[in-house]
Design a protein around this ligand. Structure first.
Ligand code: 5AD
Ligand code: SF4
Length: 597
């Protein structure tokens, strides 16, 4: 079996990634698909050590390739059958003008989905949920249909996560199940195609294709536009991959498809990638360099969501508050903003561009009834103008995620987080003074390289000191390629990591229970999401601080007309009084309440 692999030239390559794709395509033009085997993009680079015959320069191709190129195109070009097939394309298929120009080795017809049914499965973070919608938007335009029934699928795509070993293991296990589904496929149906998208495709590349021969396509996080092409190549029984990382792909023009028509909230991706290079983190290697989407395209998307009646948007990015739109020259004259006090970066200071405060201001003005949240930020990028805006604007939720990772300055230094415990605690105080009643959440890692018992106790004491409302806690998982992998020793035994993690979880729950007590007896504005999972007689929604609130689905007074009695619907705001804490101590972020209106 042959493979077309448009391989990354490294996330920090000086070569513009789109140039790389074009060059790869020029190489592909040289011969029929069946003869292309592991076409490594690397071999196409001008300074490659590979002999020039392996991939001649574009100039040489031009000199001696014109005739060969033409004859090979003839040999591999569309047949009479292809013309017949394209003549009988059903009317609901997208027109060829809607489909992107095909590369020289494919016809427009081959790029069409031909009503194949795609089943998409998402793992990992919210960025992946959003990426799933982007991937689907691209495939839908190409004439694919979506199915939520695995048995009915012609194409199964897994949008994957690499952040911890466990996340990857789940996906390997899933692949084994899908393998048997593929092998049992009836001959009367089109062959089942399986694709790995996202971080795991980026991180493991060849390993996936070699280990799992049943995987047909790989697409890294910046390669979703190529999905129709990759699937078209897979149609001929070959494996196809594009794991190029980009310096500027933001999918700004791809409007994600809202999968749930009754949804009250949506995620809007505003930037991709990360330049921080925390020593434990694989993200900069799987998702590449930081780049922001132009403000205008974000505002347009939020406006559309508001027109559709959505009541909440969460601005998304790996490093959401490092947002910097440099898409127009005049943006470089924008006033510069500062880092949070006592914080530093692992990269050279960047200048100019429209920053997060500007974006937040603009987004929050679109619809005063639309709640605005953002995740996930880095504590270094909270200048006063961002905090002031959160305080002043009613529709920006008073909720901040402030990933600490550790309470020990020594460990924070080894993690290359760019702050000490003291600077972090000072920022917490400053945020609480600036935004009274703010709800805080954080991420922590237990058992990082060299973490002593004393370091661990420092984290315990930070949890006690801050009393977060919501927390995400993980055991450290060593990831190849990271700085910690190269420079530090993963020396904390697994059982110690897990014991420390358990301790952190216990302390977090105790403190969150205390913190969330402040809501008991209060009246809260809750955005209704839908029926509660626990009881059909209850509704579920979230307060401004993002805590889940469950209350009886009863008739209540309409806020606009007190004579009317109504039942709350998803997307309604309801005043919930007499909040009480959920009896479920495992989830101190869940509250009960009685609706007022
Ligand atoms: N091991 C454990 N947790 C990690 N995170 C990131 N990388 C790792 C790793 N190698 C956690 C951090 C981050 C969150 C998204 O995942 O806490 O904030
Ligand atoms: Fe990973 Fe650090 Fe970037 Fe977050 S900020 S994605 S933890 S490198």
């Amino acid at each position: 079996m042959s493979v077309i692999l448009l391989q990354t030239v490294g996330s920090f390559s000086a070569m513009h990634p789109f140039q790389c794709v074009l060059r790869a395509r020029r190489c592909l033009r040289r011969g029929p698909l069946a003869s292309v085997s592991w076409l490594l993009l690397r071999t196409c680079r001008a300074h490659s050590s590979v002999p020039s015959s392996a991939c001649p320069s574009p100039q040489r191709q031009q000199e001696d390739g014109v005739w060969k190129d033409f004859s090979s195109r003839l040999a591999t070009g569309p047949t009479f059958q292809d013309f017949l097939r394209s003549a009988s394309v059903p009317p609901e298929q997208p027109s060829s003008s809607e489909v992107e120009d095909p590369p020289p080795y494919l016809t427009v017809d081959e790029l069409l989905g031909r009503q194949r049914r795609v089943y998409l499965e998402t793992y990992g973070c919210q960025m992946n949920v959003n990426d799933t919608e982007i991937a689907w938007s691209i495939l839908q335009k190409s004439g694919y249909l979506r199915t939520s029934n695995l048995q009915e699928a012609d194409v199964i795509l897994l949008v994957t996560c690499s952040i911890r070993e466990k996340a990857e293991q789940t996906i390997w296990n899933r692949l084994h199940q899908l393998k048997s589904l593929k092998s049992k496929r009836l001959r009367s149906r089109v062959p089942l195609r399986i694709g790995i998208l996202g971080c795991m495709a980026e991180r493991l590349k060849e390993e996936i294709l070699n280990r799992e021969k049943m995987v047909d396509i790989l697409a890294g996080p910046d390669a979703y536009r190529d999905l129709p092409q990759l699937l078209a190549v897979a149609e001929s029984g070959q494996q196809a991959a594009n794991v190029l990382l980009s310096l500027d792909e933001t999918y700004a023009d791809v409007m994600p498809v809202q999968t749930s028509p009754s949804a009250t909230s949506a995620f809007v991706s505003i930037m991709r990638g990360c330049d921080n290079m925390c020593s434990y983190c694989i993200v900069p290697f799987t998702r590449g360099r930081e780049r922001s989407r132009p403000v205008a395209s974000i505002l347009e998307e939020v406006r559309k969501l508001s027109e559709q009646g959505l009541k909440e948007v969460t601005l998304l990015g790996q490093n959401v508050n490092s947002f910097r739109d440099n898409s127009e020259v005049q943006f470089n004259n924008a006033v510069s903003t500062n880092l949070s006090r006592g914080f530093s970066t692992n990269y050279k200071a960047k200048q100019g561009g429209l920053r997060f405060a500007h974006l937040l201001d603009q987004v929050s003005r679109i619809d005063p009834e639309m709640r605005i949240r953002f995740t996930s930020p880095h504590p270094k990028d909270f200048p006063d103008e961002v905090l002031q805006l959160i305080r002043e604007r009613d529709n920006i939720c008073k909720q901040i995620h402030l990933p600490a990772q550790s309470g020990s300055s020594r460990v924070l230094e080894a993690m290359r987080r760019g702050y000490s415990r003291e600077a972090y605690v000072e920022l917490i105080h400053h945020i609480r003074e600036s935004i009274p009643g703010v709800s805080l959440s954080s991420d922590f890692i237990a058992g990082f390289c060299g973490e002593t018992e004393e370091d661990h106790l420092q984290t315990v004491s930070l949890l006690r000191e801050v009393q977060y409302n919501i927390g995400f806690l993980f055991a450290y998982s060593m990831r190849q390629k990271t700085r910690a992998y190269h420079r530090l020793k993963d020396d904390i035994p697994e059982e110690v990591k897990l014991r420390r993690l358990e301790e952190l979880i216990t302390v977090f729950r105790e403190e969150a229970t205390k913190a969330n007590k402040s809501f008991v007896g209060c009246t809260q504005l809750v955005l209704v999401e839908g029926p509660s999972k626990r009881s059909a007689a209850d509704l579920c929604g979230r307060n401004d601080g993002n805590l889940k609130v469950i209350f009886a689905d009863a008739e209540m007074e309409d806020a606009t007309d007190s004579r009317l009695r109504v039942r709350a619907q998803p997307g309604d705001y309801v005043l919930v009084k007499e909040m009480w804490q959920s009896l479920n101590s495992a989830n101190p972020g869940s509250m009960g309440g009685v609706s007022l209106r």
